[in-house]
Design a protein around this ligand. Structure first.
Ligand code: NAD
Length: 351
């Protein structure tokens, strides 16, 4: 299949592109603006691979997007490009509205024009998969779970902009008939995760013996999914999802932030016992404004309809992730030292 993946140089996009090209043999065009969050090194394994093409373009640039569609002649679009960091959306919401809302509209319009030009079986088979977050549903009461029927209640500029993009994607299906699918997923972790998010930030701070800053009381709960389980789930929805439907993807691994940081410390104690105990590095910092208390996904619909299965054990995969950062310093060192420093920007933990 010929697929356009937007945001393919980001954390989830790169895992997805590698899976599509290397494991499944699809032909992928990665469309990415290479913002601060991108790391093109992530796609280095595909250098010289004739099944992969990279286009540097901003999804808000309608002409560039149009040209990418003309060259790629996609049979599917998987739309992941976004501004994705909640803390940055609080200090600078404009970029989130531009990329997540306006950029999604540009993508939908380009897809609609392309789809309208197709005929017969090709037109029937075309899909636009819009990739979104569980944060659009706001905060859950203790013990609750989101389902596809949960009410939208976004509470940060990031989640509000993603909610807007979800509504646009569904509107393009209802209004124009574009074969749209929507997924909303929980917190991802795994290799190639930009070190401003909770897990990689904690890993690199622990590695350097720096404080591990935990927001508030640390009891905010998240449902953690390994990025490769997410990538497999997206492919399952693309292949077997019903057009116009939404599917929630989660890891069935709800943990509070403090438990996650303690699990990371335990992994470090095993891997680097000479620096144990790592829990001594945990420090509590002022909470993020509007910090949602609990997100948790009930993925039953995706499991029943498309055969989605989160396959990783959280604690084991977390230790594997720590090992990945220990083994791949050349991936994160330039980000950590040059273009970005979480501490310098005053960022704490969390997605
Ligand atoms: P990321 O920040 O790691 O990567 C985003 C990518 O999009 C980067 O490569 C960046 O260069 C690109 N991009 C940003 N603005 C662009 C623009 N205007 N034009 C073209 N490319 C642009 O994000 P991620 O964590 O990989 O998330 C990918 C998608 O998955 C997002 O839509 C996000 O909302 C969604 N999501 C993320 C999570 C998570 O836990 N990270 C969970 C659920 C859903």
């Amino acid at each position: 299949m010929r697929i356009i993946v937007t945001g393919g140089c980001g954390f989830i996009g790169s895992a997805l592109v590698l899976h599509l090209v290397e494991d499944l043999g699809h032909e992928v065009t990665t469309l990415d603006a290479l913002t601060y969050a991108a790391n093109p090194i992530s796609l280095r394994p595909l250098e010289g691979n004739p099944r992969h093409r990279f286009v540097q373009a901003d999804i808000c640039d309608a002409q560039a997007v149009e040209e990418a569609f003309a060259a790629a002649r996609p049979q599917a679009v998987m739309h992941l490009a976004a501004e994705s960091h909640v803390d940055r959306s609080i200090t600078g919401p404009g970029a989130f509205i531009r990329t997540n809302v306006v950029g999604t509209q540009v993508m939908l319009e380009a897809a609609r024009r392309h789809w309208s030009s197709l005929e017969g079986a090709e037109r029937e088979a075309f899909r636009f998969l819009h990739v979104s977050t569980d944060e659009v549903y706001g905060s859950l009461p203790p013990g609750g779970f989101f389902t596809e029927a949960s009410r939208y209640d976004p509470r940060s500029p990031y989640s509000a902009s993603k909610a807007g993009s979800d509504h646009l994607a569904r509107a393009w299906h209802e209004t124009y008939g574009l074969p749209v699918l929507v997924t909303n997923c929980s917190n991802n972790y795994g290799p190639r995760h930009f070190p401003e998010k909770l897990i990689p930030l904690m890993i690199l701070n622990a590695l350097e013996g720096k404080p591990l800053p935990v927001y508030g009381d640390g009891l905010n709960e998240r449902d953690w999914i390994h990025v490769e389980d997410h990538a497999s789930g997206l492919v399952a929805v693309l292949e077997r999802g019903r057009v116009g439907e939404t599917y929630l993807l989660g890891g069935r691994s709800v943990r509070n932030n403090l438990a996650v940081v303690k699990a990371l410390c335990a992994a470090f104690d095993r891997l680097r016992p000479e620096h144990a105990p790592h829990e001594r590095l945990i420090t509590f910092v002022a909470d993020r404004p509007g910090h949602d208390r609990r997100y948790a996904i009930d993925p039953s619909k995706a499991e029943a309809e498309v055969g989605y299965r989160p396959s990783r054990s959280f604690e084991q995969a977390l230790e594997d992730t720590v090992r990945w950062y220990l083994d791949n310093e050349s991936w994160w060192r330039p980000i950590r030292e040059g273009r970005y420093s979480g501490e310098r920007l005053g960022l704490g933990s969390a997605k």
